[in-house]
Design a protein around this ligand. Structure first.
Ligand code: SF4
Ligand code: SF4
Length: 397
């Protein structure tokens, strides 16, 4: 056991911007069976890499044979709150907080490598190590909880009793036996719990929680807008509101996040245009414009086709006829995924112009899925027209 080195590591990690640091022994995962069951239940959706990572996730020593300790770290990304009037404006899109700034993978990885360099300078020049940020095959919340960084809430996020859950998690596996307790000199006890609260479970717009702490990704808007590469299931589109990249709802409602303190980290401050952007400013972006706008941003993960698909769903939910010209353009995009969703959105809006565009595209469309979307959209628009005779039109028009 080497307390002094552990304390030095903690101090260095804090200096590098990690607010929470803890250490656990590198040993077999204790939650792997539960995780395996979650995958077998199909809750991972089309994230096949999660299943492929299973053998590695069983034991971190499969990632680094010499690993003796896991340094668990968390970096705060909470910055500001979007003004309510903007967040709730259906002509604007909402992007998940974690994606407002620079790509955290790049930012955090650099800091982790700095931490490794530091450890080597303490006389550990033979150190073997591996660093992971979010996407690695590590059950990071399990180790973070074990390292007393927080507990895993009913919303499946790691929550710290002092400062909530707006954290990026990261790990450094090291070949040194470090103390397996909090590094603050005094032993941290794990505090806080969800208790009888169920706010996150109730607030989820798609009812994605099967039970507390069990999420069906296939229903989660974060999965639908980022991980899913195909069409968004029609029955879920209207529940997505104006969420165009990720979803923060089950964290926004969490009472523990009222304790969140803004980070001063420049890399995580909202980039221009990422705070409630106008949907019409995004929907006709070319590939070159998309690449330029989201260079070095987590948003690039969705790729142009996925991101525009999300924007178009939000436009359909907005339901304004002001969007018809932009959707007409999207309806002839090279990408079938975009054309299909544009058809759906036009069907949601309805009206003569929308129907004309749908009919025109139906004549020349050759993708079976898009044809089906257009036919459904025309039917939907027709139903809407009939309904309009009896009731008022959308209040967004
Ligand atoms: Fe539901 Fe959104 Fe939370 Fe996913 S991120 S579980 S959609 S509230
Ligand atoms: Fe737990 Fe309530 Fe937060 Fe959900 S909203 S994670 S139940 S404290």
């Amino acid at each position: 056991m080497n307390n002094t080195l552990s304390q030095q590591i903690q101090k260095r990690a804090r200096d590098l911007g990690f607010e929470l640091v803890g250490i656990t022994p590198a040993e077999q995962s204790q939650t792997i069976q539960r995780y395996r069951q979650w995958i077998e239940n199909g809750y991972a959706g089309k994230m096949g890499y999660l299943e492929r990572h299973l053998p590695l996730k069983e034991d971190t020593r499969r990632l680094l044979q010499e690993a003796k300790s896991i340094i668990s770290l968390a970096m705060n990304y909470y910055t500001i709150d979007t003004p309510k009037a903007l967040a709730e404006n259906p002509s604007r899109g909402q992007i998940s907080r974690y994606a407002w700034g620079d790509d955290y993978h790049d930012v955090i990885r650099e800091r982790l490598l700095d931490l490794v360099d530091f450890i080597k300078t303490t006389g550990e020049d033979q150190l073997k190590s591996r660093v992971f940020v979010d996407s690695g095959p590590v059950l990071e919340r399990e180790y973070a909880q074990k390292a007393k960084l927080g507990w895993i809430g009913k919303n499946t996020n790691l929550i710290n009793w002092r400062s909530g859950s707006w954290y990026f998690l990261a790990e450094v596996l090291v070949s040194i036996d470090l103390v397996s307790k909090d590094l603050g000199g005094e032993t941290e006890t794990l505090r806080g719990s969800c208790g009888t609260c169920t706010k996150c479970l109730e607030a989820c717009p798609t009812d994605a929680f099967i039970e507390p702490n069990v999420l069906d990704s296939r229903l989660c808007i974060s999965y639908l807008t980022i991980e899913l590469k195909d069409s968004i299931p029609k029955e879920l589109r209207s529940k997505m509101g104006n969420l165009i990249f990720g979803c923060d709802i089950c964290q926004e409602v969490c009472p523990w996040n009222s304790k969140a303190v803004s980070t001063g980290e420049p890399a995580f401050q909202p980039r221009d245009g990422n705070l409630a952007p106008e949907l019409l400013s995004l929907v006709n972006m070319t590939q070159a414009e998309f690449s330029e706008k989201y260079r070095g941003s987590p948003i690039k993960r969705a790729k142009r086709r996925g991101f525009l698909r999300n924007v178009i769903v939000a436009i359909g939910n907005w339901g304004s006829r002001a969007a018809v010209p932009a959707l007409r353009k999207a309806l002839v995009d090279d990408e079938p995924l975009i054309r299909g969703h544009a058809a759906w959105a036009l069907g949601q809006i309805g009206g003569k112009q929308a129907e004309q565009a749908l009919h025109a595209q139906l004549q020349q469309e050759n993708d079976a899925e898009v044809i089906s979307e257009i036919q459904d959209a025309l039917q939907n628009s027709n139903d809407k027209n009939l309904g309009t005779n009896k009731s008022t039109n959308s209040h967004y028009n």
